[in-house]
Design a binder for this molecule. Structure first.
Ligand code: CTP
Length: 411
Protein backbone atom coordinates (compact mmCIF):
# COMPACT_ATOMS: atom_id res chain seq x y z
CA UNK A 1 0.00 0.00 0.00
CA UNK A 2 1.31 3.41 -0.95
CA UNK A 3 0.32 6.87 0.25
CA UNK A 4 -0.84 9.18 -2.54
CA UNK A 5 -1.40 12.89 -1.95
CA UNK A 6 -4.17 13.85 -4.36
CA UNK A 7 -4.03 17.56 -5.14
CA UNK A 8 -7.34 18.86 -6.46
CA UNK A 9 -7.56 22.29 -8.08
CA UNK A 10 -10.46 24.52 -9.00
CA UNK A 11 -11.63 23.29 -12.35
CA UNK A 12 -14.82 21.72 -13.57
CA UNK A 13 -13.03 18.35 -13.62
CA UNK A 14 -12.65 18.52 -9.81
CA UNK A 15 -15.65 16.22 -9.36
CA UNK A 16 -13.80 13.54 -11.32
CA UNK A 17 -11.05 13.61 -8.68
CA UNK A 18 -13.51 11.84 -6.37
CA UNK A 19 -13.47 8.91 -8.75
CA UNK A 20 -9.69 9.08 -8.95
CA UNK A 21 -9.52 8.85 -5.15
CA UNK A 22 -11.83 5.87 -5.17
CA UNK A 23 -9.90 4.14 -7.95
CA UNK A 24 -6.63 4.55 -6.09
CA UNK A 25 -8.20 3.07 -3.00
CA UNK A 26 -9.55 0.14 -4.96
CA UNK A 27 -5.99 -0.59 -5.99
CA UNK A 28 -5.04 -0.69 -2.34
CA UNK A 29 -3.53 2.78 -1.94
CA UNK A 30 -4.07 5.25 0.86
CA UNK A 31 -5.18 8.70 -0.35
CA UNK A 32 -4.74 12.07 1.35
CA UNK A 33 -6.74 14.77 -0.45
CA UNK A 34 -5.27 18.26 -0.68
CA UNK A 35 -7.78 20.80 -1.97
CA UNK A 36 -6.95 24.29 -3.15
CA UNK A 37 -9.27 27.07 -2.07
CA UNK A 38 -10.86 27.17 -5.53
CA UNK A 39 -11.32 23.40 -5.63
CA UNK A 40 -13.68 23.68 -2.67
CA UNK A 41 -15.99 25.83 -4.84
CA UNK A 42 -16.46 22.88 -7.18
CA UNK A 43 -16.52 19.95 -4.79
CA UNK A 44 -16.92 19.75 -1.03
CA UNK A 45 -14.09 18.61 1.25
CA UNK A 46 -16.60 16.38 3.06
CA UNK A 47 -16.93 14.22 -0.04
CA UNK A 48 -13.20 13.54 -0.03
CA UNK A 49 -13.10 13.09 3.72
CA UNK A 50 -15.85 10.46 3.57
CA UNK A 51 -14.11 8.57 0.77
CA UNK A 52 -10.49 8.80 1.91
CA UNK A 53 -11.34 8.48 5.63
CA UNK A 54 -8.68 11.09 6.29
CA UNK A 55 -8.96 14.78 7.12
CA UNK A 56 -8.83 16.84 3.94
CA UNK A 57 -6.01 19.34 3.82
CA UNK A 58 -7.10 22.75 2.65
CA UNK A 59 -5.86 25.95 4.14
CA UNK A 60 -2.32 25.65 5.48
CA UNK A 61 -2.86 28.64 7.73
CA UNK A 62 -6.03 27.45 9.44
CA UNK A 63 -5.61 27.49 13.24
CA UNK A 64 -4.56 24.13 14.63
CA UNK A 65 -3.57 22.73 11.28
CA UNK A 66 0.15 22.95 11.90
CA UNK A 67 -0.17 20.98 15.10
CA UNK A 68 -1.41 17.98 13.13
CA UNK A 69 1.44 15.56 12.74
CA UNK A 70 -0.20 14.01 9.70
CA UNK A 71 -0.29 17.34 7.95
CA UNK A 72 3.39 18.00 8.56
CA UNK A 73 4.51 14.46 7.84
CA UNK A 74 2.75 14.27 4.49
CA UNK A 75 5.66 15.72 2.48
CA UNK A 76 8.06 13.06 3.71
CA UNK A 77 5.64 10.15 3.94
CA UNK A 78 3.95 10.28 0.58
CA UNK A 79 4.89 7.97 -2.25
CA UNK A 80 3.31 9.99 -5.04
CA UNK A 81 1.99 13.51 -5.47
CA UNK A 82 -0.83 13.44 -8.00
CA UNK A 83 -2.47 16.68 -9.12
CA UNK A 84 -5.81 16.09 -10.85
CA UNK A 85 -7.21 18.30 -12.21
CA UNK A 86 -4.26 20.67 -12.58
CA UNK A 87 -5.29 24.15 -13.72
CA UNK A 88 -3.11 26.56 -15.70
CA UNK A 89 -2.64 28.39 -12.41
CA UNK A 90 -1.14 25.44 -10.47
CA UNK A 91 0.98 24.44 -13.47
CA UNK A 92 2.39 27.98 -13.45
CA UNK A 93 3.00 27.91 -9.72
CA UNK A 94 4.72 24.52 -9.73
CA UNK A 95 6.88 25.47 -12.71
CA UNK A 96 8.01 28.67 -11.04
CA UNK A 97 8.40 27.52 -7.47
CA UNK A 98 5.62 29.66 -6.07
CA UNK A 99 4.42 28.26 -2.74
CA UNK A 100 1.41 30.25 -1.59
CA UNK A 101 -0.84 27.39 -0.49
CA UNK A 102 -0.47 23.89 0.89
CA UNK A 103 -0.48 22.10 -2.47
CA UNK A 104 2.16 24.30 -4.10
CA UNK A 105 4.31 24.16 -0.94
CA UNK A 106 3.93 20.38 -0.81
CA UNK A 107 5.32 20.13 -4.34
CA UNK A 108 8.49 21.90 -3.20
CA UNK A 109 8.74 19.99 0.05
CA UNK A 110 8.40 16.45 -1.22
CA UNK A 111 10.94 14.26 -2.98
CA UNK A 112 8.25 11.80 -4.11
CA UNK A 113 7.45 11.43 -7.83
CA UNK A 114 4.90 13.89 -9.19
CA UNK A 115 2.13 13.15 -11.67
CA UNK A 116 0.05 15.97 -13.12
CA UNK A 117 -3.23 15.70 -15.02
CA UNK A 118 -3.86 19.10 -16.60
CA UNK A 119 -7.35 20.26 -17.49
CA UNK A 120 -8.17 23.63 -18.99
CA UNK A 121 -9.63 25.43 -21.97
CA UNK A 122 -7.83 24.41 -25.20
CA UNK A 123 -6.50 27.87 -25.95
CA UNK A 124 -5.09 28.12 -22.44
CA UNK A 125 -3.45 24.73 -22.88
CA UNK A 126 -1.94 25.82 -26.19
CA UNK A 127 -0.76 29.18 -24.85
CA UNK A 128 3.00 29.63 -25.00
CA UNK A 129 3.13 30.49 -21.29
CA UNK A 130 1.37 27.28 -20.25
CA UNK A 131 3.31 25.19 -22.77
CA UNK A 132 6.59 26.57 -21.43
CA UNK A 133 5.53 25.78 -17.85
CA UNK A 134 4.59 22.23 -18.80
CA UNK A 135 7.94 21.79 -20.58
CA UNK A 136 9.73 23.08 -17.54
CA UNK A 137 7.98 20.62 -15.27
CA UNK A 138 8.65 17.75 -17.68
CA UNK A 139 12.35 18.65 -17.74
CA UNK A 140 12.31 18.33 -13.96
CA UNK A 141 10.93 14.80 -14.12
CA UNK A 142 7.25 15.55 -13.55
CA UNK A 143 5.02 13.05 -15.41
CA UNK A 144 1.73 13.89 -17.10
CA UNK A 145 -1.56 12.28 -17.93
CA UNK A 146 -2.45 14.02 -21.17
CA UNK A 147 -5.76 15.83 -21.28
CA UNK A 148 -8.33 14.41 -23.66
CA UNK A 149 -10.07 16.04 -26.59
CA UNK A 150 -13.81 16.58 -26.73
CA UNK A 151 -16.48 18.92 -25.52
CA UNK A 152 -15.16 21.22 -22.84
CA UNK A 153 -17.36 22.62 -20.11
CA UNK A 154 -16.81 26.09 -21.55
CA UNK A 155 -18.63 24.98 -24.69
CA UNK A 156 -15.53 24.63 -26.87
CA UNK A 157 -14.46 21.51 -28.60
CA UNK A 158 -10.78 20.74 -28.35
CA UNK A 159 -7.99 19.38 -26.20
CA UNK A 160 -8.06 20.20 -22.52
CA UNK A 161 -10.56 17.93 -20.85
CA UNK A 162 -9.29 16.09 -17.78
CA UNK A 163 -8.16 12.58 -18.68
CA UNK A 164 -10.53 9.79 -17.67
CA UNK A 165 -10.23 8.87 -13.97
CA UNK A 166 -9.41 5.25 -14.88
CA UNK A 167 -6.47 6.43 -17.01
CA UNK A 168 -5.21 8.71 -14.24
CA UNK A 169 -5.44 5.85 -11.73
CA UNK A 170 -3.60 3.50 -14.09
CA UNK A 171 -0.83 6.06 -14.65
CA UNK A 172 -0.48 6.62 -10.90
CA UNK A 173 -0.45 2.91 -10.23
CA UNK A 174 2.17 2.43 -12.95
CA UNK A 175 4.44 5.01 -11.33
CA UNK A 176 3.96 3.47 -7.91
CA UNK A 177 4.51 0.00 -9.37
CA UNK A 178 7.89 1.09 -10.66
CA UNK A 179 8.80 1.64 -7.02
CA UNK A 180 7.45 -1.73 -5.85
CA UNK A 181 10.84 -3.33 -5.82
CA UNK A 182 10.08 -5.36 -2.71
CA UNK A 183 6.98 -7.04 -4.15
CA UNK A 184 7.00 -10.66 -3.05
CA UNK A 185 9.50 -9.97 -0.25
CA UNK A 186 8.72 -10.71 3.39
CA UNK A 187 10.02 -8.35 6.00
CA UNK A 188 9.92 -8.43 9.79
CA UNK A 189 10.52 -5.16 11.64
CA UNK A 190 10.63 -4.67 15.40
CA UNK A 191 9.89 -1.23 16.77
CA UNK A 192 9.38 0.82 19.88
CA UNK A 193 10.61 0.28 23.39
CA UNK A 194 10.15 -2.84 25.44
CA UNK A 195 8.82 -2.27 28.93
CA UNK A 196 9.87 -4.53 31.78
CA UNK A 197 7.18 -4.87 34.40
CA UNK A 198 8.25 -4.38 37.98
CA UNK A 199 4.89 -4.94 39.63
CA UNK A 200 1.26 -4.58 38.50
CA UNK A 201 1.57 -0.81 38.14
CA UNK A 202 5.23 -0.01 37.42
CA UNK A 203 7.72 -0.80 34.73
CA UNK A 204 11.22 0.02 33.52
CA UNK A 205 11.11 1.55 30.07
CA UNK A 206 12.97 3.77 27.66
CA UNK A 207 12.26 6.77 25.49
CA UNK A 208 11.96 5.07 22.12
CA UNK A 209 8.92 6.43 20.28
CA UNK A 210 8.82 3.64 17.70
CA UNK A 211 8.90 6.13 14.82
CA UNK A 212 12.01 4.74 13.15
CA UNK A 213 10.71 1.17 13.04
CA UNK A 214 7.27 2.29 11.92
CA UNK A 215 8.89 4.37 9.14
CA UNK A 216 10.83 1.34 7.90
CA UNK A 217 7.68 -0.78 7.99
CA UNK A 218 5.76 1.90 6.05
CA UNK A 219 8.54 2.24 3.46
CA UNK A 220 8.79 -1.53 2.98
CA UNK A 221 5.01 -1.68 2.52
CA UNK A 222 5.15 1.15 -0.02
CA UNK A 223 7.73 -0.89 -1.93
CA UNK A 224 5.33 -3.80 -2.06
CA UNK A 225 6.73 -6.02 0.74
CA UNK A 226 4.64 -8.09 3.12
CA UNK A 227 5.45 -6.69 6.53
CA UNK A 228 5.17 -8.06 10.06
CA UNK A 229 5.63 -5.33 12.64
CA UNK A 230 6.50 -6.61 16.11
CA UNK A 231 6.03 -3.57 18.29
CA UNK A 232 6.48 -2.64 21.90
CA UNK A 233 4.00 -0.14 23.39
CA UNK A 234 3.91 3.09 21.35
CA UNK A 235 1.42 5.87 20.74
CA UNK A 236 1.66 5.44 16.96
CA UNK A 237 -0.87 4.25 14.44
CA UNK A 238 0.68 1.26 12.64
CA UNK A 239 1.05 1.66 8.87
CA UNK A 240 -1.94 0.27 7.01
CA UNK A 241 -1.31 -3.16 5.56
CA UNK A 242 1.20 -4.36 8.15
CA UNK A 243 0.51 -7.43 10.25
CA UNK A 244 0.95 -6.07 13.75
CA UNK A 245 2.13 -8.16 16.71
CA UNK A 246 1.99 -6.21 19.96
CA UNK A 247 4.33 -7.14 22.79
CA UNK A 248 5.51 -5.62 26.08
CA UNK A 249 8.72 -7.05 27.48
CA UNK A 250 11.99 -8.16 25.89
CA UNK A 251 11.22 -11.83 26.50
CA UNK A 252 7.84 -11.49 24.83
CA UNK A 253 9.44 -9.72 21.88
CA UNK A 254 12.06 -12.49 21.64
CA UNK A 255 9.47 -15.23 21.52
CA UNK A 256 7.33 -13.33 18.99
CA UNK A 257 10.32 -12.78 16.71
CA UNK A 258 11.79 -16.27 17.08
CA UNK A 259 8.37 -17.90 16.53
CA UNK A 260 8.10 -16.04 13.23
CA UNK A 261 11.61 -16.83 12.24
CA UNK A 262 11.40 -20.50 13.16
CA UNK A 263 8.02 -20.93 11.50
CA UNK A 264 8.82 -18.87 8.51
CA UNK A 265 12.57 -18.40 8.51
CA UNK A 266 13.22 -19.42 4.96
CA UNK A 267 10.40 -17.24 3.76
CA UNK A 268 11.70 -14.11 5.46
CA UNK A 269 13.93 -11.88 3.38
CA UNK A 270 14.76 -9.23 5.94
CA UNK A 271 14.66 -8.81 9.70
CA UNK A 272 15.30 -5.28 10.97
CA UNK A 273 15.69 -5.09 14.74
CA UNK A 274 14.83 -1.45 15.27
CA UNK A 275 13.27 -1.87 18.71
CA UNK A 276 15.05 -0.42 21.71
CA UNK A 277 15.02 -3.70 23.60
CA UNK A 278 15.61 -3.33 27.32
CA UNK A 279 19.00 -4.70 28.28
CA UNK A 280 17.90 -5.61 31.81
CA UNK A 281 14.70 -6.82 33.41
CA UNK A 282 13.79 -7.36 37.07
CA UNK A 283 15.28 -10.67 38.22
CA UNK A 284 12.54 -13.20 38.93
CA UNK A 285 10.05 -11.31 36.78
CA UNK A 286 7.36 -8.86 37.81
CA UNK A 287 6.23 -9.01 41.42
CA UNK A 288 2.66 -10.13 41.84
CA UNK A 289 1.80 -7.49 44.41
CA UNK A 290 2.44 -3.78 44.17
CA UNK A 291 5.70 -2.71 45.80
CA UNK A 292 4.96 -0.69 48.93
CA UNK A 293 6.59 2.60 49.83
CA UNK A 294 7.73 1.22 53.17
CA UNK A 295 11.49 1.78 53.09
CA UNK A 296 13.97 4.58 52.42
CA UNK A 297 16.03 2.68 49.89
CA UNK A 298 14.93 0.08 47.45
CA UNK A 299 17.43 -2.18 45.74
CA UNK A 300 16.31 -3.92 42.59
CA UNK A 301 18.18 -6.84 41.14
CA UNK A 302 18.13 -6.89 37.36
CA UNK A 303 19.24 -9.59 35.01
CA UNK A 304 20.23 -9.38 31.36
CA UNK A 305 17.54 -9.84 28.79
CA UNK A 306 18.08 -12.25 25.90
CA UNK A 307 19.89 -10.65 22.97
CA UNK A 308 17.35 -11.15 20.21
CA UNK A 309 19.54 -9.90 17.39
CA UNK A 310 22.44 -12.05 18.60
CA UNK A 311 20.15 -15.07 18.67
CA UNK A 312 19.03 -14.29 15.12
CA UNK A 313 22.64 -14.05 13.98
CA UNK A 314 23.48 -17.43 15.53
CA UNK A 315 20.35 -19.01 14.12
CA UNK A 316 21.11 -17.78 10.62
CA UNK A 317 24.82 -18.64 10.70
CA UNK A 318 26.03 -19.94 7.36
CA UNK A 319 22.87 -19.01 5.50
CA UNK A 320 22.33 -15.94 3.34
CA UNK A 321 18.76 -15.19 4.41
CA UNK A 322 17.15 -13.34 6.00
CA UNK A 323 19.31 -10.23 5.72
CA UNK A 324 19.78 -9.00 9.30
CA UNK A 325 19.87 -5.34 10.28
CA UNK A 326 20.52 -3.98 13.76
CA UNK A 327 20.35 -0.51 15.22
CA UNK A 328 22.76 0.96 17.70
CA UNK A 329 22.39 4.07 19.80
CA UNK A 330 25.92 5.29 20.29
CA UNK A 331 27.62 8.42 21.49
CA UNK A 332 30.73 9.82 19.83
CA UNK A 333 32.38 7.95 16.97
CA UNK A 334 29.97 5.13 16.19
CA UNK A 335 31.89 3.27 13.50
CA UNK A 336 34.30 1.19 15.56
CA UNK A 337 31.70 0.14 18.15
CA UNK A 338 29.05 -0.58 15.54
CA UNK A 339 31.44 -2.69 13.48
CA UNK A 340 32.34 -4.67 16.57
CA UNK A 341 28.59 -5.21 17.14
CA UNK A 342 28.16 -6.24 13.51
CA UNK A 343 30.69 -9.06 13.95
CA UNK A 344 29.64 -10.10 17.41
CA UNK A 345 25.97 -10.37 16.46
CA UNK A 346 26.75 -11.74 12.96
CA UNK A 347 24.53 -9.28 11.13
CA UNK A 348 24.81 -7.58 7.74
CA UNK A 349 24.24 -3.95 8.56
CA UNK A 350 24.18 -1.83 11.69
CA UNK A 351 22.52 1.58 11.64
CA UNK A 352 24.39 3.64 14.19
CA UNK A 353 22.67 6.70 15.58
CA UNK A 354 24.74 9.25 17.39
CA UNK A 355 22.11 10.06 20.00
CA UNK A 356 24.26 12.81 21.47
CA UNK A 357 23.76 14.97 18.34
CA UNK A 358 20.82 17.36 18.06
CA UNK A 359 18.16 16.08 15.67
CA UNK A 360 19.04 12.43 16.12
CA UNK A 361 17.61 9.59 18.06
CA UNK A 362 14.85 8.91 20.53
CA UNK A 363 11.71 10.99 20.40
CA UNK A 364 13.03 13.06 17.49
CA UNK A 365 11.32 13.25 14.09
CA UNK A 366 14.67 13.19 12.36
CA UNK A 367 17.77 11.05 12.44
CA UNK A 368 21.42 11.35 11.53
CA UNK A 369 22.83 7.90 11.04
CA UNK A 370 25.79 5.95 9.79
CA UNK A 371 25.07 2.74 7.91
CA UNK A 372 27.84 0.33 8.75
CA UNK A 373 28.55 -2.88 6.92
CA UNK A 374 31.69 -5.00 6.83
CA UNK A 375 33.02 -3.01 3.89
CA UNK A 376 31.51 0.44 4.22
CA UNK A 377 30.46 3.23 6.55
CA UNK A 378 28.02 5.65 4.96
CA UNK A 379 26.86 8.72 6.81
CA UNK A 380 23.25 9.66 6.07
CA UNK A 381 22.75 13.37 6.77
CA UNK A 382 20.02 14.81 8.97
CA UNK A 383 16.66 13.92 7.50
CA UNK A 384 13.27 12.53 8.42
CA UNK A 385 13.04 8.98 9.70
CA UNK A 386 11.14 8.10 6.52
CA UNK A 387 14.04 9.43 4.43
CA UNK A 388 16.48 7.32 6.42
CA UNK A 389 14.17 4.34 5.89
CA UNK A 390 14.37 4.95 2.13
CA UNK A 391 18.17 5.09 2.09
CA UNK A 392 18.35 1.99 4.27
CA UNK A 393 16.05 -0.04 2.02
CA UNK A 394 17.90 1.23 -1.08
CA UNK A 395 21.08 -0.27 0.38
CA UNK A 396 19.41 -3.49 1.47
CA UNK A 397 17.72 -4.23 -1.87
CA UNK A 398 20.92 -5.33 -3.68
CA UNK A 399 21.73 -7.58 -0.72
CA UNK A 400 18.38 -9.31 -1.11
CA UNK A 401 19.32 -10.10 -4.70
CA UNK A 402 22.68 -11.47 -3.56
CA UNK A 403 20.95 -13.55 -0.89
CA UNK A 404 18.72 -15.07 -3.60
CA UNK A 405 21.72 -16.23 -5.58
CA UNK A 406 23.68 -17.22 -2.49
CA UNK A 407 26.35 -14.63 -3.34
CA UNK A 408 25.74 -12.81 -0.10
CA UNK A 409 26.71 -15.74 2.11
CA UNK A 410 26.33 -14.64 5.73
CA UNK A 411 29.47 -13.16 7.17
N1 CTP B 1 18.89 -5.87 20.74
C1 CTP B 1 18.30 -7.10 20.85
N2 CTP B 1 18.09 -7.66 22.07
C2 CTP B 1 18.50 -7.03 23.19
C3 CTP B 1 19.12 -5.79 23.10
C4 CTP B 1 19.30 -5.24 21.85
O1 CTP B 1 17.94 -7.66 19.82
N3 CTP B 1 18.28 -7.60 24.34
C5 CTP B 1 19.09 -5.29 19.41
C6 CTP B 1 18.39 -3.98 19.18
O2 CTP B 1 17.10 -4.13 18.62
C7 CTP B 1 19.32 -3.28 18.21
C8 CTP B 1 20.66 -3.75 18.67
O3 CTP B 1 20.46 -5.02 19.27
O4 CTP B 1 19.12 -3.71 16.88
C9 CTP B 1 21.18 -2.76 19.65
O5 CTP B 1 22.12 -3.30 20.35
P1 CTP B 1 22.73 -2.53 21.59
O6 CTP B 1 21.77 -2.54 22.72
O7 CTP B 1 23.29 -1.23 21.12
O8 CTP B 1 23.81 -3.54 21.73
P2 CTP B 1 24.43 -4.24 22.93
O9 CTP B 1 24.96 -5.50 22.41
O10 CTP B 1 23.44 -4.26 24.04
O11 CTP B 1 25.61 -3.28 23.11
P3 CTP B 1 26.00 -2.17 24.17
O12 CTP B 1 27.03 -2.85 24.91
O13 CTP B 1 26.46 -1.06 23.29
O14 CTP B 1 24.76 -1.83 24.94
Amino acid sequence: MALVALGVCGGIGAYKAVEVARGLQQRGHDVAAVLTANATRFVGPLTFEAITRRPVIGDQFAPGVNAQIEHIALATDLDLLLVAPATANIVGKLANGIADDFLSALYLATTAPVLVAPAMNSNMLAHAAVAANLDRLAARGVRFVEPGAGYLACGWVGKGRLAEPADIVAAADGLLGAGRRLAGRRVLVTAGPTVEDLDPVRYLGNRSSGRMGYAIAAEALARGAEVVLVTGPTALEPPAGAEVVRVRGAEEMRSAVMARVAGDGDGLDLVAMVAAVADYTPAGGAREAKLLRDRDELVLTLRRTPDILGALGRWRAGRPRPVLVGFAAEVGDPVARAREKLRRKQVDLVVANDVSRPGAGFGSDTNIATLISEAEAEEVPLGSKRELARVLLDRIEPRLGEADTGAGEAK
